[in-house]
Design a protein around this ligand. Structure first.
Ligand code: CP
Length: 334
């Protein structure tokens, strides 16, 4: 076991996403946001949650606004979730098909943004494989236009971190008593980074990261967490265990990709591998899942699984963020 340092490194993005009085004008990273700010977003999201058998909650908070989804990497959950969130708030929604856009003809990402800004797009939801793209765009758009980071390289997926925290808080409100374990390809996971930031800011008792040696992260990215290479050590007495997929598309050296069967046996979430955890341990996965690798069917579909809740909560979190950021730009309610 390795204990990681307690002081987070400085991260670009913190400076630009808040107004001088601390309100969100963009969402680029969770780093630098306090517990009160995170909980204010979750509390707002709770207002947008409806039971699965009830009609969805709608509002006209974004009527007259336009939200543009720009996904330069594949997505199912995040993109659909932002689209539904914006529509349920009565926004106009543009989903740019990047594969048939003028990006293919060599247009820069900023020229794409300026073009859509001229068409009165007010919010850009951006996913990109490169570091710092959301921040670079946030620094270039006109006053009143907001950027929401929907997944940035391996470094940040802030709305995923928020929906994961909301999911844990709803299932186990005693956050300060929780031992949470994240298992998988931590080295290449933006989900792990943003979830870790959310959980540590919320004050969980313990955060453990489990990964094979070649998929272990740069320690500085996970202040306050402990790092393990044995799953039994990581899940011992855990209250919540989150599995991550192996991000093959980000692994440059094929030798770092573990053998699938060996990985499933040593790190996959199965009833037997979860035996050292608390008897009522809850299981999470941000998706997309590779069933039979990092999690088996029995565990993914068991009553202990929160995976469907994570997806459901994601729409509410994105509605809350869209509404709060729009309020900031309109100078409205705090
Ligand atoms: N969790 C997540 O980001 O899933 P997608 O890649 O499908 O958006």
């Amino acid at each position: 076991m390795t204990t990681l340092p307690a002081t987070p490194p400085a991260e670009a993005g913190d400076d630009i996403q808040l107004t001088p009085d601390g309100r969100l004008r963009h969402l680029l990273t969770l780093r630098g946001l306090g517990r009160e700010q995170l909980f204010a977003i979750l509390d707002r999201a709770e207002q947008y949650l409806a039971p699965p058998d009830q009609p969805v909650v709608r509002s006209d908070a974004l009527a007259g606004r336009t939200v543009a989804n720009l996904f330069f990497e594949p997505s199912t959950r995040t993109r659909a979730s932002f689209e539904l969130a914006a529509k349920r708030l009565s926004a106009d929604v543009l989903n740019l098909d990047v594969s048939t856009s003028s990006r293919i003809k060599g247009e820069s990402i900023l020229d794409t943004i300026y073009t859509l800004q001229a068409m009165h797009c007010d919010v850009f939801v951006v996913r990109d494989a490169a570091v710092d793209v959301p921040r670079m765009i946030a620094g270039a758009v006109r006053e009143g236009v907001a950027i929401l980071n929907a997944g940035e390289a391996t470094v940040a997926h802030p709305t995923q971190g928020l929906l994961d925290l909301l999911t844990v808080r709803r299932a186990r409100p005693d956050l300060e008593a929780l031992r949470i374990c994240i298992v998988g390809d931590i080295a290449h996971s933006r989900v792990a980074r943003s979830a870790a930031e959310a959980f540590t800011t919320a004050g969980v008792a313990e955060l453990r990261l489990v990964a094979p040696e070649r998929l272990q992260p740069d320690a500085a990215a996970f202040p306050g967490a402990t790092l393990h290479d044995r799953l039994d050590e990581g899940v011992e007495d855990a209250d919540v265990v989150m599995a991550l997929r192996i991000q093959r598309e980000r692994i440059a050296d094929a030798g770092d990709i573990p053998d699938t069967a060996d990985y499933a046996r040593r790190y996959g979430l199965t009833e037997s591998n979860l035996a050292p955890a608390k008897p009522d341990v809850l299981v999470m996965h941000p998706g997309p899942m590779n069933r039979g690798v990092e999690i088996d069917d029995e565990t993914a579909d068991s009553p202990r699984s929160l995976i469907t809740e994570q997806v459901r909560n994601g729409v509410a979190v994105r509605m809350a963020l869209l509404e709060m950021i729009t309020e900031t730009h309109a100078g409205g309610a705090a």
